[in-house]
Design a protein around this ligand. Structure first.
Ligand SMILES: Cc1cc2nc3c(=O)[nH]c(=O)nc-3n(C[C@H](O)[C@H](O)[C@H](O)COP(=O)(O)OP(=O)(O)OC[C@H]3O[C@@H](n4cnc5c(N)ncnc54)[C@H](O)[C@@H]3O)c2cc1C
Length: 322
C-alpha cells in the first residue's frame, strides 16, 4: 500500500514510521526543504506528561506516559531521562502549591535536594517539585534522526516542492499543522529563545513558576539552553515581539543570574495547532486522514496519535480489499 504523508513535522514523521512498521510504502511531502516542521522546529522537546497535567486534560497524561519508551525505542541515545524540576521563588510559593494540587507523579523537594539535583541552583530556591520519570530530547536532532531512520527503511522524501502530486497513492495522511484545512483548528503562538552560556551545568528541564509568566529552561547540550515559551492566542507567523523576548529573558535571569551573560543564539516563534478542547484528533475527511491539534504536546503525543493515524490509513486498504 502506497501512502502519502503531507507534513514533515513531528506528526508526519512519527506517522510515516508507524505506517512503515505496518508494511506501507511511504512518501513524505513538505514544501520546506528540510524535515522538522514548523511548530516542531521551535519545540522544547520535553516529554512531560505529569507536568502538563497542570493545564491539560488527564488524557494527555495518560497517553503521554508511553512517549519516552517510544522515542527511546526508535532513537536510542536521543532521550535524556533526568526528570523535570519545578521551582518558584519564595513569593510565588502559592503557585507551587497550585501546581502540586493539579499534578501527580512528583515528590516535594527542599533546598538541599534541589542543590543535589542541580548544583547550579543551590541556595536559590527553598522549595520545588521533582517529576523524576519525565524526559526530554533535542527536537531538531531527533527529527533529523527520524528522517535518516525512515530513509534507510525505504521511505522517500519530497521536500522543497510547492505542490504535492497525490496521484498513485492509496491513502493520504495530512499532518500539516496549522496549514491544514481541517475545520476547527486555531493557532497558539509560542515564542522561544536559544541561549548559549558556559558553566551552567543544568541536567534537566527546569520550570520556573510565576503567576503571569511561567517559563521553562531546557538544556540542549553544548552549552545551549532553550527558553520557552509564550502562549498567545494567535496564528500570526511574524517574529517574536520585544515584550515576549524581554519576559523570557527576565524569567531566565530570575532562574539564574548567569543568564545575563548568555549569548542570544536564536529568537523564534512557532504556531501550535490546537482544537477548542486542546486535545489532538485523528479524523477522516473526504478520503484524507488528518492528524492534528497536537497543541503543546507534539513530541509527547505524536507516538500514540501516529499509531492511530497509521491504523486508520490501513483500514482504507482493508476496506478496499474486503
Ligand atoms: C515554542 C514551543 C515549544 C513547544 N514545546 C513542546 C515540548 O516541549 N514538548 C512537546 O511535546 N510539544 C511542544 N510543543 C508543541 C509541538 O511543537 C507541536 O504540538 C507540534 O510541533 C505540532 O507538530 P505538527 O507536526 O502537527 O506540526 P508542524 O511542526 O507545524 O508541522 C507541519 C508541517 O506541515 C508542513 N506543511 C504545511 N503545508 C503543507 C502542505 N500543503 N503539504 C505538505 N506539508 C505542508 C509544514 O511545512 C510543516 O513542516 C511546543 C511548541 C512550541 C511552538
Amino acid at each position: 500500500m502506497n501512502v502519502l504523508v503531507k507534513g514533515a513535522g513531528v506528526a508526519g514523521l512519527a506517522t510515516a514510521l508507524e505506517l512503515q512498521r505496518r508494511g506501507a510504502q511511504v512518501t513524505v511531502f513538505d514544501p520546506q526543504k528540510r524535515v522538522g516542521g514548523s511548530a516542531s522546529w521551535y519545540a522544547g522537546g520535553m516529554l512531560a506528561p505529569w507536568c502538563e497535567g497542570e493545564c491539560a486534560d488527564k488524557r494527555v497524561t495518560e497517553l503521554g506516559i508511553a512517549a519516552t519508551g517510544w522515542w527511546n525505542n526508535v532513537l536510542p541515545g536521543h532521550v535524556e531521562c533526568n526528570g523535570t524540576l519545578v521551582v518558584a521563588p519564595a513569593r510565588d510559593h502559592a503557585e507551587l502549591n497550585r501546581f502540586a494540587s493539579r499534578t501527580t507523579g512528583f515528590r516535594a523537594v527542599d533546598a538541599k535536594e534541589i542543590g543535589a539535583l542541580e548544583p547550579a541552583l543551590s541556595d536559590r530556591f527553598r522549595r520545588g517539585l521533582f517529576f523524576e520519570n519525565e524526559a526530554h530530547l533535542e527536537p531538531r536532532l531527533a527529527m533529523q534522526a527520524l528522517q535518516v531512520c525512515l530513509a534507510r527503511t525505504g521511505c522517500s522524501f519530497r521536500l522543497g516542492r510547492t505542490v504535492a502530486d497525490q496521484t498513485g497513492f492509496d491513502a493520504v495522511v495530512d499532518c500539516t499543522g496549522i496549514a491544514s484545512p481541517v475545520a476547527g483548528l486555531r493557532g497558539v503562538r509560542g515564542e522561544m529563545l536559544l541561549l548559549r552560556i558556559a558553566d551552567l551545568p543544568l541536567k534537566r528541564p527546569v520550570r520556573l513558576l510565576h503567576p503571569r509568566i511561567p517559563v521553562y529552561v531546557v538544556p540542549r547540550g553544548e552549552n545551549l539552553f532553550m527558553i520557552g515559551a509564550t502562549m498567545i492566542e494567535s496564528a500570526d507567523h511574524g517574529g517574536a515581539t520585544v515584550r515576549s523576548v524581554l519576559e523570557l529573558l527576565n524569567a531566565a535571569y530570575a532562574l539564574h543570574p548567569a543568564f545575563a551573560d548568555a549569548e542570544i543564539v536564536e529568537i523564534g516563534a512557532g504556531i501550535r495547532p490546537a482544537f477548542s478542547d486542546n486535545l489532538p484528533r485523528v479524523s477522516r475527511h473526504r478520503g484524507t486522514i488528518s492528524l492534528n491539534g497536537l497543541y503543546r504536546h507534539g513530541f509527547l503525543l505524536a507516538p500514540v496519535l501516529a499509531a492511530r493515524a497509521a491504523a486508520m490509513a490501513l483500514e482504507t486498504r482493508d476496506a478496499a480489499n474486503g
